[in-house]
Design a protein around this ligand. Structure first.
Ligand code: SAM
Length: 258
């Protein structure tokens, strides 16, 4: 029997209704390439595999990797590794070639969710969809709109790259052991209209980090270093980072990178 390991954020799904809903959201089908981050004991893995010709698993816990290797299931490829180091771009290129939909899915370990979401941005050109269970608070933050107190650096960066939607709320009782927080599932689809170059993306990272560096301060202070180039309006100078739209941040990034 596997004992859940806290350091790997192991909270295993056990509610059949919730599992069914997540599988329906992933909507697995033949000709689709799916990688599941953190299969654990297989709450999502087994139903996924019933509807897919092939499924890749990425798991950091050696005992669970051994468990999956022993199962010897057809169509299953088990990769031992840390999702924060894994090359998702290479995975998508190898798997899909020019054919088929690429999806990254998982009930993610909550302790690494923000860095993992940033890490995945580098593969967004080749990924069609991401469906993740995260801490509800994180999902609320990433889908928050400008003007909301939840609107943050994470919201701007991820909304610049993905269309996102909170699609399911999940209570602690759906897991064993139960986490202390509520959870939610987010659907993330790389934006079709995304056109930033690497330099423009870096400029976006810089200007957004500066704007949110002191949340309560006005942009007059936080963006002082950029003010000459950005020609902020009087209203913007008196605004706080959370009041500026994603589109406006993107415009600033383009100016700074030009
Ligand atoms: N999918 C299972 C479920 O829903 O019951 C398990 C989910 S559990 C919240 C998170 C899983 O991610 C565990 O299997 C854990 O070992 C794995 N994990 C934790 N950190 C990881 C990392 N850095 N890279 C890959 N897998 C990781």
């Amino acid at each position: 029997m596997h004992r859940a390991r806290k350091r790997f954020g192991q909270n295993f799904l056990q509610d059949d209704g919730i599992i069914y809903s997540i599988i329906a959201l992933i909507n697995p089908g033949p000709d689709m390439h799916v990688i599941e981050i953190g299969p654990g004991l297989g709450a999502l893995t087994r139903p996924l595999l019933r509807n897919l010709d092939q499924l890749d698993l990425l798991e950091i816990d050696r005992d669970l990797v051994a468990y999956w290797n022993q199962q010897n299931l057809e169509g299953l490829t088990v990769i031992e590794g840390d999702a924060l180091q894994f090359n998702f771009l290479e995975w998508a290129n190898t798997r899909s070639g020019k054919k088929g939909f690429c999806k990254v899915v998982g009930n993610l370990p909550y302790n690494i969710s923000s860095p993992l979401l940033f890490h995945l941005v580098s593969a967004a050109t080749q990924i069609d969809e991401q469906i993740f269970m995260l801490q509800a608070e994180v999902v609320e933050r990433i889908v928050a709109k400008a003007g909301s107190s939840d609107f943050s650096r994470l919201s701007v960066m991820l909304q610049a790259r993905y269309d996102m939607e909170l699609v399911l709320e999940v209570p602690p009782e759906a897991f064993e052991p139960q986490p202390k927080v509520n959870s939610a599932v987010v659907r993330m689809i790389p934006r079709k209209d995304f056109k930033l170059s690497d330099t423009q993306w870096s400029a976006l990272e810089q200007v957004v980090a500066a704007a949110f560096s002191q949340r309560r301060k006005m942009l007059r202070t936080n963006l002082q270093a950029f003010s000459e180039r950005l020609s902020l309006t009087e209203i913007e100078l008196k605004s706080r980072a959370q009041d500026i739209t994603v589109e406006r941040y993107v415009e600033w990034a383009k100016v700074l990178a030009s």
